[in-house]
Write a protein that binds this ligand. Structure first.
Ligand SMILES: [Zn+2]
Length: 71
């Protein structure tokens, strides 16, 4: 069985198309990146759950886009 380089989306298996997997991989890359906190302006906000972010610096919790702030 050949392993294709699809990153973290590979776990979704063959049921999903390659296009969708690429999309998921991109989204997950963004999710892992820290986002800018709207309260203190530092890039310390981490995604807690879908649409919920928490800043590690000032401890603020806020909602944002499902996958990325400001979307
Ligand atoms: Zn903050």
């Amino acid at each position: 069985m050949a392993t294709k380089k699809l990153g973290s989306a590979a776990r979704y298996g063959a049921r999903y198309g390659k296009k969708l997997k690429t999309k998921i991989t991109n989204v997950e890359k963004i999710q892992r990146k820290k986002q800018e906190c709207p309260y203190c302006g530092r890039k310390t906000a981490k995604r807690l759950a879908t649409g919920i972010w928490k800043c590690n610096k000032c401890d603020s919790k806020f909602t944002g886009g499902a996958y990325k702030l400001g979307e």
